[in-house]
Design a protein around this ligand. Structure first.
Ligand SMILES: Nc1ncnc2c1ncn2[C@@H]1O[C@H](COP(=O)(O)OP(=O)(O)OP(=O)(O)O)[C@@H](O)[C@H]1O
Ligand SMILES: [Mg+2]
Length: 347
Protein backbone atom coordinates (compact mmCIF):
# COMPACT_ATOMS: atom_id res chain seq x y z
CA UNK A 1 0.00 0.00 0.00
CA UNK A 2 1.12 3.53 -0.80
CA UNK A 3 2.53 5.56 2.05
CA UNK A 4 1.08 8.88 3.03
CA UNK A 5 3.01 11.89 1.79
CA UNK A 6 2.49 15.61 2.06
CA UNK A 7 3.14 18.15 -0.66
CA UNK A 8 2.56 17.44 -4.32
CA UNK A 9 4.56 16.93 -7.47
CA UNK A 10 2.01 18.89 -9.44
CA UNK A 11 1.55 21.99 -7.29
CA UNK A 12 0.05 24.85 -9.22
CA UNK A 13 -1.72 22.46 -11.60
CA UNK A 14 -4.96 20.69 -11.13
CA UNK A 15 -4.67 17.20 -9.78
CA UNK A 16 -6.91 14.66 -11.49
CA UNK A 17 -8.24 11.83 -9.40
CA UNK A 18 -10.12 8.64 -10.29
CA UNK A 19 -11.90 6.80 -7.47
CA UNK A 20 -13.61 3.41 -7.64
CA UNK A 21 -15.94 3.27 -4.62
CA UNK A 22 -16.55 -0.38 -3.87
CA UNK A 23 -18.51 -2.38 -1.32
CA UNK A 24 -15.46 -4.35 -0.24
CA UNK A 25 -12.55 -2.43 -1.70
CA UNK A 26 -12.03 1.10 -2.93
CA UNK A 27 -9.23 2.20 -5.23
CA UNK A 28 -7.79 5.57 -6.21
CA UNK A 29 -5.57 6.60 -9.13
CA UNK A 30 -4.07 10.10 -9.33
CA UNK A 31 -2.49 12.10 -12.14
CA UNK A 32 0.68 12.45 -10.03
CA UNK A 33 1.30 8.79 -10.86
CA UNK A 34 0.24 7.37 -7.51
CA UNK A 35 -2.34 4.68 -6.86
CA UNK A 36 -3.66 3.11 -3.67
CA UNK A 37 -6.46 0.88 -2.47
CA UNK A 38 -8.16 0.13 0.81
CA UNK A 39 -10.76 -2.24 2.21
CA UNK A 40 -13.92 -0.13 2.48
CA UNK A 41 -14.09 -0.09 6.29
CA UNK A 42 -14.08 2.89 8.64
CA UNK A 43 -13.86 2.54 12.44
CA UNK A 44 -14.28 5.10 15.20
CA UNK A 45 -12.89 4.27 18.69
CA UNK A 46 -15.80 3.29 20.95
CA UNK A 47 -14.66 5.27 24.00
CA UNK A 48 -11.73 7.20 25.44
CA UNK A 49 -9.84 4.03 26.40
CA UNK A 50 -10.08 2.73 22.85
CA UNK A 51 -9.09 6.17 21.57
CA UNK A 52 -5.97 6.18 23.76
CA UNK A 53 -5.05 2.60 22.91
CA UNK A 54 -5.51 3.05 19.17
CA UNK A 55 -3.91 6.48 19.06
CA UNK A 56 -6.14 7.71 16.24
CA UNK A 57 -9.56 9.34 15.89
CA UNK A 58 -10.48 7.16 12.89
CA UNK A 59 -9.15 3.85 11.57
CA UNK A 60 -9.42 2.61 8.01
CA UNK A 61 -9.45 -0.64 6.06
CA UNK A 62 -7.61 -3.55 7.57
CA UNK A 63 -6.70 -1.55 10.71
CA UNK A 64 -10.37 -0.88 11.42
CA UNK A 65 -11.26 -4.54 10.84
CA UNK A 66 -8.46 -5.88 13.05
CA UNK A 67 -9.60 -3.63 15.92
CA UNK A 68 -13.29 -4.34 15.45
CA UNK A 69 -13.81 -4.92 19.18
CA UNK A 70 -12.59 -1.44 20.07
CA UNK A 71 -14.20 0.53 17.27
CA UNK A 72 -17.62 1.28 15.92
CA UNK A 73 -17.13 -0.40 12.55
CA UNK A 74 -18.79 0.92 9.41
CA UNK A 75 -18.87 -0.58 5.90
CA UNK A 76 -20.62 2.40 4.37
CA UNK A 77 -21.29 1.12 0.88
CA UNK A 78 -23.90 -1.45 0.34
CA UNK A 79 -24.44 -2.58 -3.24
CA UNK A 80 -21.92 0.08 -4.20
CA UNK A 81 -24.02 3.06 -3.16
CA UNK A 82 -24.45 4.85 0.13
CA UNK A 83 -26.87 2.89 2.25
CA UNK A 84 -30.24 4.36 3.00
CA UNK A 85 -30.05 6.39 6.04
CA UNK A 86 -27.57 7.34 8.55
CA UNK A 87 -25.44 10.39 8.67
CA UNK A 88 -22.76 8.01 10.01
CA UNK A 89 -22.54 6.24 6.62
CA UNK A 90 -22.07 9.55 4.85
CA UNK A 91 -19.48 10.56 7.40
CA UNK A 92 -17.69 7.24 6.79
CA UNK A 93 -17.62 7.85 3.02
CA UNK A 94 -16.30 11.35 3.60
CA UNK A 95 -13.53 10.01 5.86
CA UNK A 96 -12.72 7.19 3.45
CA UNK A 97 -12.37 9.57 0.51
CA UNK A 98 -10.32 12.05 2.53
CA UNK A 99 -8.05 9.19 3.62
CA UNK A 100 -7.63 7.85 0.08
CA UNK A 101 -6.78 11.36 -1.13
CA UNK A 102 -4.07 11.50 1.54
CA UNK A 103 -2.74 8.14 0.44
CA UNK A 104 -1.98 9.55 -3.02
CA UNK A 105 -0.67 12.88 -1.69
CA UNK A 106 -3.72 14.92 -2.64
CA UNK A 107 -4.17 16.42 0.78
CA UNK A 108 -2.90 19.93 0.12
CA UNK A 109 -4.33 23.07 -1.47
CA UNK A 110 -4.03 21.86 -5.04
CA UNK A 111 -7.38 22.01 -6.85
CA UNK A 112 -8.72 18.50 -7.39
CA UNK A 113 -10.91 17.26 -10.23
CA UNK A 114 -12.35 13.92 -9.24
CA UNK A 115 -14.26 11.28 -11.18
CA UNK A 116 -15.98 8.71 -8.96
CA UNK A 117 -17.22 5.34 -10.25
CA UNK A 118 -20.40 3.90 -8.68
CA UNK A 119 -22.65 0.97 -9.69
CA UNK A 120 -24.44 1.20 -13.02
CA UNK A 121 -27.99 1.68 -11.84
CA UNK A 122 -27.33 4.03 -8.98
CA UNK A 123 -30.02 6.57 -8.50
CA UNK A 124 -29.64 10.27 -8.73
CA UNK A 125 -29.96 10.65 -4.98
CA UNK A 126 -26.97 8.35 -4.51
CA UNK A 127 -24.97 10.36 -7.00
CA UNK A 128 -25.89 13.52 -5.15
CA UNK A 129 -25.04 11.94 -1.81
CA UNK A 130 -21.67 10.84 -3.15
CA UNK A 131 -21.06 14.26 -4.63
CA UNK A 132 -21.75 15.82 -1.26
CA UNK A 133 -19.25 13.48 0.35
CA UNK A 134 -16.51 14.22 -2.18
CA UNK A 135 -17.40 17.90 -2.34
CA UNK A 136 -15.33 18.72 0.74
CA UNK A 137 -12.13 17.68 -0.94
CA UNK A 138 -12.62 18.27 -4.68
CA UNK A 139 -13.30 21.35 -6.76
CA UNK A 140 -14.97 19.55 -9.64
CA UNK A 141 -16.67 16.17 -9.40
CA UNK A 142 -18.20 13.78 -11.86
CA UNK A 143 -20.00 10.57 -10.92
CA UNK A 144 -20.06 7.80 -13.54
CA UNK A 145 -20.94 4.12 -13.64
CA UNK A 146 -18.12 1.71 -12.78
CA UNK A 147 -18.29 -0.43 -15.92
CA UNK A 148 -18.38 2.71 -18.09
CA UNK A 149 -15.17 3.82 -16.37
CA UNK A 150 -13.58 0.42 -17.05
CA UNK A 151 -14.62 0.61 -20.72
CA UNK A 152 -13.31 4.15 -21.09
CA UNK A 153 -9.98 3.28 -19.50
CA UNK A 154 -9.43 0.52 -22.06
CA UNK A 155 -10.58 2.58 -25.03
CA UNK A 156 -13.54 0.27 -25.55
CA UNK A 157 -15.85 3.02 -26.67
CA UNK A 158 -17.84 1.16 -29.29
CA UNK A 159 -19.63 -2.18 -29.57
CA UNK A 160 -18.42 -3.70 -26.32
CA UNK A 161 -20.07 -5.18 -23.23
CA UNK A 162 -18.38 -4.69 -19.86
CA UNK A 163 -19.35 -6.90 -16.90
CA UNK A 164 -18.00 -5.80 -13.51
CA UNK A 165 -18.30 -8.55 -10.87
CA UNK A 166 -17.88 -6.86 -7.48
CA UNK A 167 -18.77 -7.79 -3.92
CA UNK A 168 -22.26 -6.25 -3.72
CA UNK A 169 -23.23 -6.01 -7.37
CA UNK A 170 -22.55 -7.26 -10.88
CA UNK A 171 -22.73 -4.23 -13.19
CA UNK A 172 -23.24 -4.39 -16.96
CA UNK A 173 -22.68 -1.65 -19.51
CA UNK A 174 -22.97 -1.74 -23.30
CA UNK A 175 -20.78 0.79 -25.09
CA UNK A 176 -21.90 2.15 -28.44
CA UNK A 177 -19.79 5.19 -29.09
CA UNK A 178 -21.49 7.65 -26.72
CA UNK A 179 -21.84 8.17 -22.99
CA UNK A 180 -24.05 5.21 -22.00
CA UNK A 181 -27.62 5.93 -20.95
CA UNK A 182 -29.79 4.11 -18.42
CA UNK A 183 -30.96 1.56 -21.00
CA UNK A 184 -27.37 0.52 -21.65
CA UNK A 185 -26.74 -0.43 -18.03
CA UNK A 186 -27.97 -3.10 -15.64
CA UNK A 187 -27.17 -4.26 -12.12
CA UNK A 188 -27.58 -7.66 -10.43
CA UNK A 189 -27.36 -8.06 -6.66
CA UNK A 190 -26.01 -11.62 -6.71
CA UNK A 191 -22.26 -10.95 -6.68
CA UNK A 192 -19.24 -11.83 -4.48
CA UNK A 193 -20.99 -11.40 -1.09
CA UNK A 194 -23.81 -13.66 -2.24
CA UNK A 195 -21.30 -16.25 -3.47
CA UNK A 196 -19.57 -16.20 -0.05
CA UNK A 197 -22.90 -16.89 1.65
CA UNK A 198 -23.64 -19.79 -0.75
CA UNK A 199 -20.25 -21.34 -0.06
CA UNK A 200 -20.56 -20.85 3.69
CA UNK A 201 -24.05 -22.41 3.82
CA UNK A 202 -22.96 -25.39 1.69
CA UNK A 203 -19.90 -26.03 3.87
CA UNK A 204 -21.85 -25.76 7.12
CA UNK A 205 -24.36 -28.26 5.76
CA UNK A 206 -21.72 -30.74 4.62
CA UNK A 207 -19.40 -30.34 7.62
CA UNK A 208 -21.64 -29.48 10.59
CA UNK A 209 -18.89 -30.06 13.18
CA UNK A 210 -16.38 -27.72 11.48
CA UNK A 211 -15.91 -24.24 12.99
CA UNK A 212 -16.34 -21.88 10.08
CA UNK A 213 -17.03 -18.17 9.59
CA UNK A 214 -18.27 -16.26 6.57
CA UNK A 215 -14.93 -14.48 6.47
CA UNK A 216 -13.12 -17.85 6.21
CA UNK A 217 -15.43 -18.87 3.36
CA UNK A 218 -14.52 -15.65 1.54
CA UNK A 219 -10.82 -16.29 2.05
CA UNK A 220 -11.19 -19.83 0.64
CA UNK A 221 -12.98 -18.36 -2.37
CA UNK A 222 -10.34 -15.70 -2.98
CA UNK A 223 -7.64 -18.37 -3.00
CA UNK A 224 -9.38 -21.26 -4.70
CA UNK A 225 -12.41 -20.08 -6.71
CA UNK A 226 -13.13 -21.89 -9.98
CA UNK A 227 -15.93 -22.85 -12.35
CA UNK A 228 -16.21 -25.75 -14.80
CA UNK A 229 -14.30 -29.00 -14.45
CA UNK A 230 -11.90 -28.92 -11.45
CA UNK A 231 -8.19 -29.09 -12.30
CA UNK A 232 -7.54 -30.82 -9.00
CA UNK A 233 -9.21 -31.56 -5.68
CA UNK A 234 -9.68 -28.44 -3.53
CA UNK A 235 -8.72 -28.95 0.12
CA UNK A 236 -8.77 -26.46 2.99
CA UNK A 237 -7.99 -26.64 6.70
CA UNK A 238 -10.93 -25.97 9.02
CA UNK A 239 -10.84 -26.56 12.79
CA UNK A 240 -13.05 -29.29 14.29
CA UNK A 241 -13.26 -29.23 18.11
CA UNK A 242 -10.20 -27.02 18.16
CA UNK A 243 -8.11 -29.29 15.90
CA UNK A 244 -7.24 -28.19 12.37
CA UNK A 245 -8.46 -30.77 9.84
CA UNK A 246 -8.36 -31.10 6.07
CA UNK A 247 -11.67 -30.87 4.23
CA UNK A 248 -12.49 -31.50 0.59
CA UNK A 249 -14.55 -28.52 -0.65
CA UNK A 250 -14.24 -29.06 -4.43
CA UNK A 251 -17.91 -29.56 -5.19
CA UNK A 252 -19.12 -26.81 -2.83
CA UNK A 253 -16.65 -24.31 -4.30
CA UNK A 254 -17.70 -25.11 -7.83
CA UNK A 255 -21.41 -24.88 -7.09
CA UNK A 256 -21.06 -21.62 -5.15
CA UNK A 257 -18.97 -19.98 -7.89
CA UNK A 258 -21.31 -21.19 -10.61
CA UNK A 259 -24.38 -19.99 -8.67
CA UNK A 260 -23.94 -16.40 -9.86
CA UNK A 261 -23.35 -17.26 -13.51
CA UNK A 262 -26.83 -18.07 -14.93
CA UNK A 263 -28.00 -14.55 -14.00
CA UNK A 264 -24.90 -13.04 -15.61
CA UNK A 265 -25.36 -15.06 -18.82
CA UNK A 266 -29.07 -14.21 -18.98
CA UNK A 267 -28.53 -10.47 -18.49
CA UNK A 268 -25.62 -10.36 -20.95
CA UNK A 269 -27.54 -12.19 -23.69
CA UNK A 270 -30.65 -10.06 -23.08
CA UNK A 271 -28.67 -6.85 -23.38
CA UNK A 272 -26.98 -8.04 -26.57
CA UNK A 273 -30.32 -9.17 -28.03
CA UNK A 274 -31.72 -5.66 -27.54
CA UNK A 275 -28.75 -4.12 -29.38
CA UNK A 276 -28.79 -3.16 -33.08
CA UNK A 277 -28.93 -6.57 -34.85
CA UNK A 278 -26.17 -5.64 -37.28
CA UNK A 279 -23.73 -5.18 -34.42
CA UNK A 280 -24.77 -7.99 -32.06
CA UNK A 281 -22.00 -10.33 -33.26
CA UNK A 282 -19.40 -7.58 -32.78
CA UNK A 283 -20.52 -6.93 -29.19
CA UNK A 284 -20.61 -10.66 -28.41
CA UNK A 285 -17.00 -10.88 -29.60
CA UNK A 286 -16.07 -7.99 -27.32
CA UNK A 287 -17.12 -8.96 -23.78
CA UNK A 288 -14.84 -7.68 -21.00
CA UNK A 289 -15.06 -8.92 -17.42
CA UNK A 290 -13.72 -6.72 -14.58
CA UNK A 291 -13.97 -6.54 -10.76
CA UNK A 292 -12.59 -8.93 -8.15
CA UNK A 293 -14.92 -11.70 -9.36
CA UNK A 294 -13.21 -11.69 -12.76
CA UNK A 295 -10.42 -13.69 -11.09
CA UNK A 296 -12.54 -16.84 -10.76
CA UNK A 297 -10.58 -19.54 -12.57
CA UNK A 298 -12.23 -20.85 -15.74
CA UNK A 299 -14.63 -17.89 -15.91
CA UNK A 300 -13.83 -16.67 -19.45
CA UNK A 301 -14.18 -20.10 -21.14
CA UNK A 302 -17.37 -20.78 -19.15
CA UNK A 303 -18.98 -17.50 -20.28
CA UNK A 304 -17.73 -17.98 -23.83
CA UNK A 305 -19.40 -21.36 -23.96
CA UNK A 306 -22.71 -20.17 -22.49
CA UNK A 307 -23.02 -16.84 -24.31
CA UNK A 308 -21.51 -18.53 -27.39
CA UNK A 309 -24.71 -20.57 -27.72
CA UNK A 310 -26.19 -17.36 -29.18
CA UNK A 311 -23.39 -16.74 -31.71
CA UNK A 312 -19.61 -16.27 -31.85
CA UNK A 313 -18.28 -14.98 -28.54
CA UNK A 314 -15.01 -13.75 -27.05
CA UNK A 315 -14.65 -12.99 -23.35
CA UNK A 316 -11.58 -11.29 -21.86
CA UNK A 317 -10.88 -10.74 -18.16
CA UNK A 318 -9.02 -7.51 -17.32
CA UNK A 319 -5.46 -8.05 -16.14
CA UNK A 320 -5.59 -5.48 -13.30
CA UNK A 321 -9.02 -5.85 -11.64
CA UNK A 322 -8.05 -3.79 -8.58
CA UNK A 323 -7.30 -0.59 -10.51
CA UNK A 324 -9.21 -1.03 -13.81
CA UNK A 325 -12.08 1.11 -12.46
CA UNK A 326 -10.05 3.89 -10.83
CA UNK A 327 -7.63 4.08 -13.80
CA UNK A 328 -10.66 4.45 -16.11
CA UNK A 329 -12.05 7.21 -13.88
CA UNK A 330 -8.69 8.96 -14.01
CA UNK A 331 -8.59 8.69 -17.83
CA UNK A 332 -12.07 10.27 -17.92
CA UNK A 333 -11.02 13.06 -15.56
CA UNK A 334 -8.01 13.86 -17.74
CA UNK A 335 -9.94 13.88 -21.02
CA UNK A 336 -13.12 15.63 -20.02
CA UNK A 337 -13.51 19.20 -21.30
CA UNK A 338 -14.71 21.58 -18.58
CA UNK A 339 -18.19 22.02 -20.03
CA UNK A 340 -18.73 18.28 -20.28
CA UNK A 341 -18.46 17.42 -16.62
CA UNK A 342 -22.10 18.14 -15.96
CA UNK A 343 -23.34 16.30 -19.03
CA UNK A 344 -21.40 13.12 -18.31
CA UNK A 345 -22.67 13.39 -14.77
CA UNK A 346 -26.22 12.87 -16.01
CA UNK A 347 -25.23 9.55 -17.60
N1 LIG B 1 -9.66 -14.78 -6.73
C1 LIG B 1 -10.94 -14.41 -6.54
N2 LIG B 1 -11.95 -15.22 -6.94
C2 LIG B 1 -13.22 -14.87 -6.75
N3 LIG B 1 -13.61 -13.72 -6.15
C3 LIG B 1 -12.64 -12.88 -5.73
C4 LIG B 1 -11.27 -13.18 -5.89
N4 LIG B 1 -10.56 -12.14 -5.38
C5 LIG B 1 -11.45 -11.27 -4.90
N5 LIG B 1 -12.71 -11.69 -5.10
C6 LIG B 1 -13.97 -11.06 -4.71
O1 LIG B 1 -14.20 -9.90 -5.48
C7 LIG B 1 -15.03 -9.02 -4.72
C8 LIG B 1 -14.36 -7.69 -4.65
O2 LIG B 1 -14.25 -7.20 -5.94
P1 LIG B 1 -14.25 -5.64 -6.21
O3 LIG B 1 -13.14 -5.03 -5.44
O4 LIG B 1 -14.31 -5.44 -7.67
O5 LIG B 1 -15.66 -5.30 -5.53
P2 LIG B 1 -16.19 -3.93 -4.99
O6 LIG B 1 -15.85 -2.88 -5.99
O7 LIG B 1 -15.73 -3.74 -3.60
O8 LIG B 1 -17.74 -4.24 -4.96
P3 LIG B 1 -18.90 -3.52 -5.77
O9 LIG B 1 -18.35 -3.21 -7.14
O10 LIG B 1 -20.00 -4.52 -5.76
O11 LIG B 1 -19.20 -2.30 -4.97
C9 LIG B 1 -15.16 -9.62 -3.33
O12 LIG B 1 -16.39 -10.34 -3.25
C10 LIG B 1 -13.98 -10.56 -3.29
O13 LIG B 1 -14.16 -11.61 -2.36
MG1 LIG C 1 -16.55 -2.33 -7.76
Amino acid sequence: MTKKRTGSQESGDRLFIGIDLGTSRSAISASNGRRAWIDSYVGWPKDFVARKMLGAAVLFGDEALKNRLSVELNRPLEHGVIKEGTARDQEAIRELIRHMMEMVGADNDQPIHAVVGVPAESFKTNKLAIKRCVGDTAEAIMVVSEPFAVAYGRDLLNNALVIDIGAGTVDFCIMHGTVPGEDDQRTLLTAGDYLDRQLYDALVERYPTASLTLNMARQFKERLSFVGEPESVVHVDIPVNGKSMRHNITEEMRRACESILPGIVETATEMIARFDPEYQDTVRRNVIVAGGGSQIRGLAPYLEREIGAFGPCKVTCVDDPLFAGSDGCLALARDMPAEFWDRADEA
